[in-house]
Design a protein around this ligand. Structure first.
Ligand code: EPZ
Length: 421
């Protein structure tokens, strides 16, 4: 078990390169199950969720080789269409193998991710989409059992916009017979990359980047090479690290159009930002932190995956900010931990009322999930004294060597192995 030990109050300086996006590659990797051959995904982040997905794909018979952000996936010897509980329980995104396995093999047996299909973190939208394409879906002993001789194109409408369900529906429809139209499709950059990558495999998709996707089924898809986008949430997290410590830093990140809302909100909070060809410079050396309200929404709205980081930032603002999460009403496990660092936050349902305080004081705190951990790191960078963050395995799921990146910017942060839990 590892913990981070941070001595806060240090100014940051320099440029940090943002790694490949986790959430795009967690869809793109299973998408390779749709073809048979050697696929390569460049700019793949070395984060634990990627290794978890590699292990699941290996279990299905995919050969893999992963080094220096280059991931090779050979899908020519698939031997199973069963994704067992031991694998799926570690990561909800494992559900992404459902669409491709069903589409290519006509059969998939996938363990339910945490909770049940209709419970917390449901997958009902995924299952309804498969049914719309003609699949027979049964839920037995914690498993989703999906069968279909040949999927048939159909209209699929999502009552709520869902990144994962859109991804699964897309991957199921590309080999279905006939035309599928998906309405209210998610338009997150991760879905756009998935659709563009499926086209590179030979899929026929129109409306990419919009909420109406039209797919003409084809007989088979071919392996290809893909360039992953860089991680918009890591980019936002690093920019907040610069802002919360009143620093002047830059991020090497070529997708500023994916984080416009975050850039706008940071400017509103008083930071100066400059974008020039692939580098985003942030200067918060002289600025106060103005309190700025945020309500999370689907893309291009403020991402729920940045909600925790924004609360940490606003805890040192010169006023009171309201942060509302409309995507996940209960995604606030970081709040009690931030309060241990001296933050003044009151919860009302899915709204956090964050009253800025003059300073945070270092303490021992505990990570509870990926983005909550990031918010604790940000608060620790700004807090006076020493902050210890336990259970950093959560943060390793989605950030590639975050402590090394921050240390390179001048932060006093080290990773220590510990028996504490
Ligand atoms: C993706 O999760 C991301 N994960 C999440 O990032 C992100 O928070 C989320 O999208 C929202 O942007 C990956 O891409 C691997 P959804 P996903 O389906 O696809 C409800 C991180 O920190 N819903 O868009 O699971 C759901 O409960 C992770 O990197 C249903 O009701 O999210 C939520 O309220 C955390 N039924 C809303 O839709 C369903 O069948 C949006 O969820 C599916 C979802």
């Amino acid at each position: 078990m590892d913990k981070f030990v941070i001595h806060g109050g240090k100014k940051l300086t320099g440029t940090v390169k943002i790694s490949g996006a986790k959430n795009s590659v967690l869809a793109l990797m299973p998408a390779c199950l749709l073809n048979s051959g050697k696929n390569i995904i460049y700019n793949t982040p070395e984060v634990n969720d990627v290794y978890t997905m590699i292990k699941l794909l290996n279990f299905l018979g995919v050969e893999s080789d992963f080094s220096n952000s280059k991931l090779l996936l050979d899908t020519s010897q698939i031997k199973s269409q069963i994704a067992p509980y031991e694998h799926v329980k570690k990561m909800r995104a494992s559900i992404y193998v459902l669409g491709p396995l069903l589409s290519r093999f006509g059969y998939a047996k996938v363990s339910m991710p945490g909770g049940c299909a209709w419970g917390p973190r449901p997958v009902n939208l995924h299952l309804e989409a498969m049914k719309k394409l003609g699949a027979d879906i049964k839920l037995e002993e914690g498993y989703i059992i999906a069968k279909s001789h040949k999927l048939t194109g159909n209209k699929i409408h999502f009552d709520i916009s869902s990144v994962g369900a859109t991804g699964n529906a897309l991957m199921a429809a590309v080999l279905a017979k006939g035309t599928t139209v998906i309405t209210n499709a998610a338009i997150e950059p991760e879905i756009t990359l998935l659709a563009e990558s499926l086209k590179k495999m030979g899929a026929r998709i129109s409306g990419i980047g919009s909420s109406i996707l039209e797919i003409e089924g084809v007989e088979e898809l071919r392996p290809a090479e893909f360039e992953n986008i860089s991680d918009r949430i890591e980019a936002g997290t690093m920019l907040v690290a610069g802002a919360i410590t009143h620093s002047k830093i830059a991020i090497d990140y070529n997708f500023s159009h994916h984080i416009e809302i975050i850039i706008d909100k940071l400017k509103e909070s008083g930071a100066n930002l400059l974008i020039n060809n692939g580098i985003i410079e942030l200067d918060a050396t002289n600025s106060m932190i103005n309190s700025v309200d945020v309500t999370t929404a689907v893309y291009p709205g403020f991402p729920t995956d940045m909600q925790a980081q924004w609360i940490a930032y606003m805890s040192l603002s010169n006023g009171t900010a309201t942060v509302v999460d409309n995507i996940y009403y209960d995604r606030f496990t970081h709040v009690p931990e931030l309060i241990r660092l001296g933050a003044d936050i009151e919860m009302h349902n899915n709204s956090a009322i964050v009253k800025g305080v003059k300073k945070l004081k270092g303490a021992k705190v505990m990570s509870t999930d990926l983005r909550a951990s990031a918010s604790l790191v940000l608060a620790g960078l700004a807090a006076e004294g020493e902050t210890e963050i336990l259970r950093v395995y959560h943060i390793d799921r989605g950030y590639q060597k975050i402590e090394e990146k921050l240390r390179a910017l001048g932060a006093d942060i080290i990773r220590v192995s510990t028996k504490e839990y």
